[in-house]
Design a protein around this ligand. Sequence first.
Ligand SMILES: [Zn+2]
Length: 166
Amino acid sequence: MARLHIRTYGDDVLRKKTKYIKTYDRKLLQLIEDMFDFMYEAGGIGLAAPQVGISRKLIVVDTFEEGEKFALANPKIIWESDEILAMKEGCLSIPGVEGEVLRSRKIKVKYNDPETGVELTMEASDLLARVIAHETDHLNGVLFVDHLHESEFAQISRKLQELAAA
Ligand SMILES: [Zn+2]
């Protein structure tokens, strides 16, 4: 297994726009396996490729609920419910920081199946929707701290500066 390393706040790769996946081969499936292993070891429920330094549109998610384990290539949110929920989020790339983020309770996502390349859509709600939205943000260089209310951001800005300087 290739050794993956987490990239943390301040690393440019987390702010870059990622490239589309166009080739569906064993190498991609191996990367997905490595990303799942890495995520489980780190105690996360979602991981986006840029978080391990790979600037490609690929995410893995496992909420540990039945049927909620996915690897999505080129995910794109094509619909969001008007119903919004607030929930505390964290990120493996921003250790020690939490904040409340507002997100749609339900989403529809278009993606490519990593095994076949076939384009599919799925619906997700609650925690699964949140994790997919958080990870898809990573593919566009967006981090959960970007969504925080100004007053909450002010409380963590010092911690972010420390992370960026480390
Ligand atoms: Zn994250």
